[in-house]
Write a protein that binds this ligand. Structure first.
Ligand code: HDE
Length: 731
């Protein structure tokens, strides 16, 4: 399939008339380069309004002024009520083979020769459009597949579970987590009383809270985060047989996070950190790539597990059902226009194609109502589907009528079905022509406002998550809880949450309690507030399979070691060692990392042997938090100058504190000492040795630059050296 051209009309309804031909002549005459009004009238002056005399009042008849101003006045639509801040990219998805055919008839997942165009929007959930990127929050990961059978939307998150089990709790959740109703504080953060009040009263949030307090909620990059469909969906094959399915995205760069101190500082220094990273990476050709995989559960196994497949607060541990790779998505084009594409894209988990269907997950069912409804608020029209970014690549034929923003021009009289005047068109598509047939699930039951008892266990998988983390990950989670709950003013809320955490793991609860002034043991009577009802499904489920640990949920245990697209700062002043810089720079760039020269001031720096290097960033425009690794080349004069520069010393000590790889040689070791890089072994300054300790790579002045660079690269590939946090005391 050709890549989708968003500027071309995608629908048959559009009148292919002589206007297009006229436009071509116009272009040939070179007349289409001029500014015009909306009516196409060319403008000869846009810097002054039309006045009665040079110093007189502006005249109402100034149609150009009025039009220009009116447009500005109307240049906004309501932001999304959640996921308001986002950034997006175009790309394609291609399956590896046709092996999923026995489970699904979805062609875009089973035809390895089809490259399906996609548009992916990543987002934070809580903050407004102008909020910072690096806040602690869930990230949205929404993909629109423009398939030959219509648009399919996989509207997921970077965390595999959700806070609540039933869609009807969503307005409560959102109200509690958004800025508080009376004072609109805090922005973009969950660290406040109303959220933790709600969460502590709703034990079903516990599993998700563990993920949100983990490093998953502060991703290093949109390119370095997992994605999850969250709900159990249903595949349907040609024979109409259903199979339960969970969707996963895994980035080829691996999932990596920031550290909390860094995330907070970035929110000030570069609030656009994640969107800039996405944009720049695509511009540089470091295309983000994600592998799609699925977990499949035969319908016969629906009750085989000790959790309910329809409960969105549960994962299916990969130890029970392994992931099966399906294909790869590559994001290779930035949007042309933020508003037209990223802002106007409208996702809906109910946008399905033949071969994929929904299940009775009550959270998913709630979403099926909300997404169309919310677009009506954003666009004040049902015709948002005609906006180019939302149009399918296939022709659209139906009898929808008039309304705001109607773009397509339907032809003829017969706008109803059945009709004979329009030759019965458009016709109904039989199933073998891609006509969508809902999965024939047998449904019966009493009307009841209640929840299945099989949704009742809120703690086992939270414990599973805790058990599966590495020690550094656990420590980060506890400090995140100290921050989040430490911001909660009401002590009773803090206590109640610790009581919930006690049910996850008493030791974890004690660690949290110690940081927020809550005494242990806490009262264990906190009761769940769910409204449960016994049913046969839950009785079957309670006897099902479970695991105590699931290493696949830990980012650290599944780290991808690559230097590709990592950013390395090279700190220099006049007098640096040119040959060494060039050799180290070459090897890290050969591994796909990007090196930038950082110095006190912008301009050119002169090496000890007279060569010049252009500075990319000055200390005031950047900081260690904007890099993944730091390198200080040898060169006595250069290093001596930095030893007297607060910014340079701070750069190094902060990178050390954030467990980032640091490399230096010869005289540069003095800078490390001055910057309080302590607790690691350095090479002898005058020796020929290279020493690599806990991500700090040092080389004596006679050491081999190649070996030095190799060691530095190894340290970069490991990303963070968490052992520093435990055994060393940084500045
Ligand atoms: Fe959403 N969600 N959501 N959500 N969601 C929206 O739709 C909603 C949920 C997700 O980049 C809204 O177009 C309800 C789970 C993403 O444009 C809204 C419930 C998951 C995005 C809405 C959920 C998501 C949204 C706001 C519980 C992960 C951003 C703007 C029943 C599987 C899409 C919009 C984009 C956006 C409703 C729960 C992911 C209000 C009612 C679970 C990635 O319709």
């Amino acid at each position: 399939m050709e890549e989708k051209d968003m500027n071309k009309p995608q629908s048959n309804h559009v009148n292919e008339n002589s206007k297009d031909k006229q436009l071509e002549h116009f272009r040939e005459d070179g007349k289409d380069q001029y500014m015009t009004t909306d009516q196409g009238l060319r403008i000869n002056h846009t810097d002054d309004s039309l006045k009665a005399g040079q110093r007189g009042p502006t005249l109402m008849e100034d149609f150009h002024f009025r039009e220009k101003m009116t447009h500005l006045d109307h240049e906004s639509i309501p932001e999304r009520v959640v996921h308001a801040r986002g950034s997006a990219a175009h790309g394609y998805f291609q399956p590896y083979d046709s092996s999923l055919k026995q489970y699904t008839k979805a062609r875009f997942l089973t035809d390895p020769n089809t490259k399906t165009p996609v548009f992916v929007r990543f987002s934070t959930v809580v903050g407004s459009r102008g909020s910072a990127d690096t806040v602690r929050d869930v990230r949205g990961f929404a993909t629109k597949f423009y398939t030959e059978e219509g648009n399919y939307d996989l509207v997921g998150n970077n965390i595999p579970v959700f806070f609540i089990q039933d869609g009807i709790k969503f307005p409560d959740l959102v109200h509690s987590i958004k800025p508080e109703a009376d004072n609109e504080m805090p922005q973009a953060s969950a660290a406040h009383d109303t959220f933790w009040d709600f969460a502590s009263l709703m034990p079903e949030t516990t599993h998700m809270l563990m993920w949100v307090l983990s490093d998953r909620a502060i991703p290093r990059s949109f390119r370095m985060m997992d994605g999850f469909g969250v709900h159990t969906f249903r595949f349907v094959n040609e024979q109409g047989k259903g199979t339960f399915v969970k969707f996963h995205w895994r980035p080829t760069y691996g999932a990596h996070s920031l550290v909390w101190d860094e995330a907070q500082k970035l929110a000030g220094k570069d609030p656009d950190w994640l969107r800039r990273d996405l944009w720049e990476s695509i511009e540089m050709g470091d295309y983000p790539e994600f592998e799609l995989s699925v977990q499949l559960v035969p319908e016969e196994d629906e009750f085989k597990y000790d959790f309910d497949l329809l409960d969105a607060t549960k994962i299916i541990p990969e130890e029970l059902v392994p992931r099966r790779p399906v294909g790869k998505m590559v994001l290779n084009r930035n949007p042309d226009n933020f508003f037209a594409e990223t802002e106007q894209v409208a996702f809906h988990p109910g946008n399905l194609v033949p071969g994929i269907d929904v299940t009775n997950d009550p959270l998913l069912q709630g979403r099926l109502f909300s997404y169309l409804d919310t677009q009506l608020n954003r666009f004040t029209s049902v015709n948002f589907t005609e906006v180019p970014i939302n149009r399918p690549v296939v022709p659209v034929h139906n009898h929808h009528g008039a309304g705001f923003m109607k773009m397509t021009i339907g032809k003829g009289k017969a706008n109803y079905w059945p009709n004979s005047i329009g030759n019965g068109c458009p016709m109904m598509a039989p199933e073998n022509m891609g006509g969508y047939v809902h999965y024939m699930e047998k449904v019966e039951g009493h009307k009841i406002r209640a929840r299945s008892e099989s949704f009742n266990d809120h703690y086992s998988q939270a414990t599973l998550f805790w058990n599966s983390l590495t020690e550094p990950e656990k420590e980060h989670l506890v400090s995140a809880a100290h921050f989040e709950l430490g911001k909660v003013e009401n002590k009773e809320i803090r206590r109640r949450q610790v009581a919930n955490f006690y049910k996850v793991d008493p030791q974890f609860a004690a660690l949290v309690a110690a940081g927020i002034g809550i005494e242990m043991p806490v009262d264990q009577d906190a009761e769940s507030t769910g409204n449960y009802v016994e049913d046969t499904a839950s009785q079957k489920i309670s006897k099902g399979k479970s695991v105590q640990e699931s290493p696949t949920v830990s980012m650290e245990k599944n780290k991808v070691e690559t230097a590709k697209s990592r950013r390395v700062a090279i700190l220099i002043e006049d007098g640096f060692d040119y040959n060494e810089v060039m050799q180290v720079k070459e090897s890290i760039e050969a591994a796909g990392a990007h090196a930038k020269i950082v110095s006190k001031l912008q301009g050119k720096r002169i090496s000890s042997t007279g060569q010049e290097l252009e500075v990319d960033k000055s200390h005031v425009t950047t900081g260690s938090i904007m890099f993944d690794a730091v390198y200080i080349p040898d060169g006595e004069k250069s290093v001596r100058k930095m030893m007297g520069l607060g910014d340079a010393l701070h750069f190094v000590s902060e990178a050390f504190k954030h467990c980032k790889p640091i490399a230096t040689s010869g005289f540069g070791i003095n800078l490390l000492e001055r910057a309080f890089v302590m607790g690691v072994n350095f090479a002898e300054k005058e020796s020929g040795k290279v020493v690599s300790h806990s991500g700090v790579v040092t080389a004596g002045s006679d050491a081999d630059a190649g070996e030095f660079a190799k060691n530095f690269l190894e340290a970069i590939k490991k990303h963070r050296h968490w052992d520093r946090e435990r055994h060393m005391t940084p500045a």
